[in-house]
Ligand binder design. Structure first.
Ligand code: PLP
Ligand code: LYS
Length: 421
């Protein structure tokens, strides 16, 4: 019986068969560590629930676009959801198929459209009339017909953090619900476009199914109207956004979520359409941890600080959204009294914190694991304060595969040029 991907042996944290403290010693910190088994288990939960149901998974690679992870999902048969030419290049470099890739995003450039058309992406998820017109021009110039789905904004409150909610009227995303039928008429009138589907994505870290059902109902009503106008909508892309447990959230499990949504769509008489899912976080979030070493303990009058070697540039979510990530000592000490710490990084910003008021029994030099860091962790990391970005390790049972080597300082200024003379 294989171990749970992240588990404890005699108190020590393991990722599959490898001790996290030894990984930190071997590869240095800060260090992102992912479990292959956890990634595959999450993918299979989607794939199994889709099996025999005319439904497909398109991994939203913005959550974690490391080539090793994309390759793993490509090998399992995943499709992909991309938002830039760079992401398309990553999918192709990792062995992903263009004809299983959908291209989302509000600001696609003509160049990106051209490249995606040449590569033969499955569909462009178009977010405005202006983008529709541009895509039609780019396709006409290339002598091609661009497959199109409009991202419709169903004006549903997904009950998530305001920075990651995307399905409200006030968000920049998608075509307004009331304008969508006209937008489809416009698309149908442009000969270099071919309408193939419809799409919506209402937000991220959603922990209830109800907003999905509401959004789907609105989208299906629209599909009926659009088809009455003569178009054919062969696929409905319900977006991503399923949440994970960071702390005390209780999101639906992946299989239950997929089955409930597919059953609901079938009951509404739309079971013949292909359904696409675009999950990001729920595939990778809980498959990764960020390991960091305690540099200093700094007791204060009102707060104690544990200053660690990871920072907001490595994991931006706490600074950006006040997001909670569980933090644990990889080898808890029994002889040290626990104390309350704010876990902070070395970056010169008050917002540079990773966890607040955490009870930890630690000493300088100890390694901490910041949990649930597989999604929007490394992917949103930066070089602020000329900090090299972390290495990424993909653990496969007892093997530690270097999925990305640590950056060097020299590589950070390799493209900079001082004035001559
Ligand atoms: C269009 C689109 N699809 C899919 C996703 C993936 O979202 P999540 O990581 O919340 O599943 C996003 C990001 O929120 C997105 O913008
Ligand atoms: N970056 C956000 C999610 C944004 C999703 C983007 N479509 C997070 O870490 O929670």
């Amino acid at each position: 019986m294989p171990h749970a991907p992240l588990h404890r042996v005699d108190g020590a944290l393991y990722v599959e068969e490898l001790d996290a403290a030894s990984l930190a010693d071997r590869f240095g910190t800060p260090l992102y560590v992912y479990s292959r088994a956890a990634l595959e288990t999450a993918y299979r939960a989607y794939a199994d629930a889709c099996a025999g149901r005319h439904a497909r998974v398109h991994y939203a690679i913005k959550a974690n676009s490391n080539l090793a992870i994309l390759n793993l999902f490509a090998r399992l048969g995943a499709g992909f959801d991309i938002v830039s030419g760079g992401e398309l290049a990553r999918v192709l470099a990792a062995g992903g198929r263009a004809d299983r890739t959908v291209f989302s995003g509000v600001g696609k450039t003509a160049q990106e459209m051209h490249e995606a058309l040449e590569a033969g992406v499955r569909c462009f998820n178009v977010e405005s009339i202006a983008e529709l017109e541009r895509l039609a021009e780019v396709a006409a110039r290339a002598g091609k017909r661009a497959p199109v789905s409009l991202r419709v904004n169903p004006d549903v409150d997904a009950g998530t953090h305001p920075y990651i909610s995307t399905g409200l009227k006030s968000n920049k995303f998608g075509v307004a619900y009331d304008a969508a039928r006209d937008a489809y008429r416009r698309a149908a009138a442009l000969p270099s476009l071919q309408v193939v589907g419809i799409d919506c994505h209402i937000g991220s870290q959603i922990t209830e199914i109800a907003p999905y059902l509401d959004a789907t109902d609105k989208v299906l009503a629209l599909v009926e109207a659009i088809e009455a106008d003569g178009a054919t909508i062969s696929h409905v892309d319900v977006g991503g956004g399923l949440g994970i447990q960071y702390n005390d959230e209780t999101p639906p499990d992946i299989g239950g979520f997929v089955t409930t949504l597919l059953d609901h769509i079938a009951q509404r008489g739309h079971g013949h359409r292909e359904i696409l899912f675009e999950p990001g976080r729920s595939l990778v979030g809980n498959a990764g941890v960020l390991l960091t070493r305690v540099e200093y303990l700094k007791p204060g009058e009102t707060k104690n600080f544990a200053i660690v070697d990871a920072a907001m540039n490595d994991l931006a979510r706490p600074a950006m959204y006040e997001a909670y990530h569980a933090i644990e000592a990889v080898r808890p000490r029994e002889t040290v009294p626990p104390a309350r710490y704010d876990v902070v990084g070395p970056v010169c910003e008050s917002g540079d914190w990773l966890g607040r008021d955490r009870t930890l029994a630690i000493e300088p030099g100890d390694v901490l694991a910041i949990r649930s860091a597989g999604a929007y962790g490394f992917a949103m990391s930066s070089n602020y304060n000329t900090r090299t970005r972390a290495a990424e390790i993909l653990v496969d049972r007892a093997d530690a595969h270097v999925a990305r080597q640590r950056e060097t300082v020299a590589s950070l200024f390799a493209g900079e040029h001082i004035l001559p003379g």
